[in-house]
Design a protein around this ligand. Structure first.
Ligand code: PMP
Ligand code: GLU
Length: 383
């Protein structure tokens, strides 16, 4: 029998980031020592107190379904954190999801109809494009690569790319894959265009806690943005909790009502004891977050210096744990070669909409980063 697959799945490819890390894992299973700089995942273990909170919650019997939108304690804790960031959300504005990815999926599915236009700032994280396509939307894209991945100098291009037909704009600062943290002037420019054209904006703040010497501003705090911003975050990056699958979004109650339908009919709720661990992560991990952030910053500086020693100038962002290394125009071939010859796994920039680069995650030990650069140099990938 041949199955007749829906066009929504045929429109997309599997996640490139996960595909490459799967390939790296397969090579490793065959005994190859791969320096895996592909997937964006902290190499730290989840803080001990968070793990313990999960264990305690499980032992206390928090193993059943929860309220679909999330346990009240966690939604309260999230709302408090968002209020501390200057955002005016209460627990009723929050849906807790199994990972930030699910939160994004619910937002796109709730807002995008066939043919609706979504604007992305390229390079943009791989799953935005796929989710827009699955929802039936069309894409309008703004290339930030001529501006060292900064948004402010690209505001005129953004003004060209959006119109009254634009339904949604996605802003991800600090950015995956560039690490760029957008300036307040840039965000104000976004605000002006969003208000002018009545555009809803997703502010993906999943790397918000990981910034180096700069303050991150939440887009929803800007005048005129509160009721048109959907603020997204998750526990994967700041608290090294990728495998726990916990995230959330906050927005106007009318969106929460609509997305809540998708949520209740698909995942029902996020995992009960994981949500309890999430409360601990939000309330008692300040020191661990700072320790991890400091380590990422040192690695960023070291990696940029190592590339500079080889004559490669890499635009360095002030947040997240990614770098876009300029490579050949055929970045796909470069990345395939790098993993096959040098056993260094990276993700082609074209997966993020920007060919000519390879994305590196520096959430790896200094030794592995050094080893990675040495191998790339030895095999001629930095020439
Ligand atoms: N947004 C961005 C920009 C990301 O890089 C990721 C990476 N995983 C996510 C959202 C979703 O993360 P998660 O589902 O692990 O919360
Ligand atoms: N967001 C991370 C990355 O870009 C994890 C993998 C994924 O979800 O895409 O590598």
């Amino acid at each position: 029998m041949t199955m007749d697959f829906a066009s929504r799945v045929q429109r997309v490819e599997p996640s490139a980031t996960l595909a490459i890390s799967n390939l790296a894992a397969e090579l490793e299973a065959d005994g190859v020592d791969v320096v895996d700089l592909s997937v964006g995942e902290p190499d730290f273990d989840t803080p001990e107190n968070v793990k313990q909170a999960g264990i305690d919650a499980m032992e206390a019997g928090h193993t059943g379904y929860t309220t679909s939108n999330g346990i009240p304690e966690l939604r309260e804790a999230i709302a408090t954190k968002l209020q501390d960031d200057g955002l005016d959300y209460g627990p009723e504005n929050v849906i807790v999801t199994p990972g930030g990815k699910q939160a994004l999926f619910e937002i796109f599915m709730s807002l995008i109809d066939d043919g609706d236009e979504v604007c992305l700032l390229d390079p943009a994280w791989v799953s935005y494009e796929a989710m827009v396509k699955m929802a039936g939307g069309t894409l309008s894209r703004v290339d930030l690569s001529p501006y060292d991945f900064q948004l402010e100098p690209a505001l005129d291009d953004l003004a060209e790319a959006v119109s009254d037909d634009t339904e949604l704009l996605v802003v991800n600062s600090p950015s995956n894959p560039t690490g760029a943290v957008y300036s307040d002037d840039a965000l104000e420019g976004v605000r002006d265009l969003a208000v002018e054209h009545d555009i809803t904006v997703i502010s993906d703040e999943i790397y918000k806690e990981i910034t180096y010497g700069v303050e991150h501003t939440s887009l929803g705090t800007l005048d005129g943005m509160a009721d048109r911003t959907l603020t997204l975050n998750g526990f994967s990056k700041a608290y090294a909790m990728t495998g726990w699958r916990l995230g959330y979004f906050a927005g106007p109650e009318e969106l929460v009502d609509q997305a809540g339908k998708l949520h209740s009919h698909s995942v029902s709720c996020a995992v009960n004891f994981v949500q309890h661990a999430g409360v601990e992560a939000l309330e008692n991990t300040d020191e661990s977050v700072v320790e991890m952030r400091d380590a990422f910053e040192e690695r960023r500086d070291m990696l940029a210096d190592l590339f500079a020693d080889h004559g490669v100038d890499v635009p360095v962002g002030d947040g997240a744990f990614y770098m876009m290394l300029p490579v050949d125009d055929d970045d796909q071939a470069w990345c395939e070669g790098a993993i096959e010859d040098a056993h260094v796994a990276t993700v082609p920039g074209s997966a993020f909409g920007t060919p000519g680069y390879a994305r590196l995650s520096y959430a790896a030990s200094k030794e592995r980063l050094q080893e990675g650069v040495e191998r790339l140099a030895e095999h001629g990938y930095l020439d």
